[in-house]
Design a protein around this ligand. Sequence first.
Ligand code: G6P
Length: 617
Amino acid sequence: MCGIVGYIGGQQAAPLLLEGLTRLEHRGYDSAGLAVLGPSGVRVAKQAGRVRDLGDGLPKRFTGKIGIGHTRWATHGPATDANAHPHTDESGRVAVVHNGIIDNAAALRLELADAGVELVSDTDTEVLAHLVARSTADTLEARTAEALARVEGTYGIAVTHADFPDRIVVARNGSPLIIGVGKNEMHVASDLAALVRYTTTVAHLADGEMATVTADGFSTYLVRTIDGAGHVGLAATDRRASEVEIDPSSYDAGEHDSFMHKEMLEQPARAEAVLRGRLDEKFGTGHLGGLNLDARELRAIKRVKILGCGSAYYVGQMGAALIEELARIPADAEAASEFRYRNPIIEPDTLYVAVSQSGETIDTLLAVQEIQRKGGFVIGLVNVVGSAIAREVDGGIYLHAGPEVAVASTKALTNMFLAFAMLAVQLGRVRDLSISDGRRLIAGLNAIPGQVAEVLGREEELAEVARELAGAENLFFVGRVRGFPVAREGAQKFKEISYRHAEAYQTSELKHGPLALISPEVPTVAIVPDDELVERNVAALHEIAARGGPLTVVTHAGVDLGDLERTARRIDVPRSERELDPILLTIPLQVLAYHAALSLGHDIDKPRNLAKSVTVE
Ligand code: G6P
């Protein structure tokens, strides 16, 4: 969601912080700010808008070798200069940046106001600055810990204080906080993306942990409450920094105009990475060691319940269909954001699957915790290694998609599908899926990376279609059964970056309502794989054509569209095994969304009102 950076060392902090914030902008980009601690105390610059606006407006002499910065995605209060971080106390000596949500902020704000504090923003974070400032403890660590002891909720924070000009104090509870070790300098960030250009020696704080960061090192500790008056003690932990294996260039868009474009084209290579070592050709099965389930346990599973948000939810629906079809186990997907709120029944013989690129999405994380609280077994399909969901689940499949920066998920989504396919084959093979069917599917999976490359190779042709679709204010994306989650994902991608109203519908349901909206101004993108429903699908397309609705049909070569061939535009994707078709049908929809947004001149990686990882409910 929001992004945090910090620097302490021998260089001027402001340019480094700005650079770090630029790297974090995908996490939130409605406002940004910096606080540096220099000879004349704390100086703050913050404003609504992008990081580059902040940089452009920065005073020339914004000096200081300690600083913290933040890029925001508004939750408490609109995107205004006052609500941008860092927040300070009344004396201007304390500066705080914060990710997460303080649940009891309203009560704390009232309490502070009663005590005569003048609050200048609408944010929950501001209370932290005042609480730190009002603590009378001896050290900045104890003051911060006392302030944190008063708050309920989630946070990653960084604090500077003019009275303690040699340190940054950081803390984590539910929102990532990473310390990067340099040479006589140290960095702080909420995301590796901001650090890897400076150092790959990093330490990840655990939940509940705090750290003091000085120019020459860091120390970590846990907070204990030692009396009823809110006093705290600090117990040292021995967290060490270690090397992360990451190619810093994976956080650069390189020659591409956007990360989405780069990440889309990376899909063949990343798809190979998720499959590598996990396909057992001899026995026609998947080989997913991280599940922590042996064959007997896999057999005991009676139901599969998949939870995710946004694109992860739609790919979860594709996954549920794969599992039902290949393993004949009842399976369904649900939006993780809804799950917890209906007091869900957690069954001992159900396999729960949490799907998340970031591993941080709070709705998905809370669903995992709800399942575990009730004794359920949950695995994760997660991209970010060591992320919150990855750490909390009982087993899982890492997606190996590499860092994904664009808000619109492409390569992570493809790898989620492939992970589901391997899981479905493995579940199927301990049941009734035959070895020959298993081998057929493994061969199909092996071919996918090349077939994805084939679709991506037709970008120019797809761009032309996209430019035309971008001219419509309203569009339908329709599909049936396997094709319906494809339509949902296609519509989601289209709307989130082109801002056109794209609605997904089951092709079969059109006649029960939405057909009323079909007209020459409302194009439909129809997903029509060559499967057992192809004739029915084509029949429904005639109903659209009869109302003058323009059609783009994503299908397979050889599918006969009859007299629609004259008017409909077709996009043929390579044939896979039927069960695996959804992912190849999805790829052209990514390209359509991308080129539609490009032709409309939108900021593709930072669509309005959205953020990459949504760490608030
Ligand atoms: C946000 C993003 C979506 C993403 C969803 C789930 O809403 O805008 O693109 O699909 O979060 O994210 P996750 O990291 O859990 O996969």
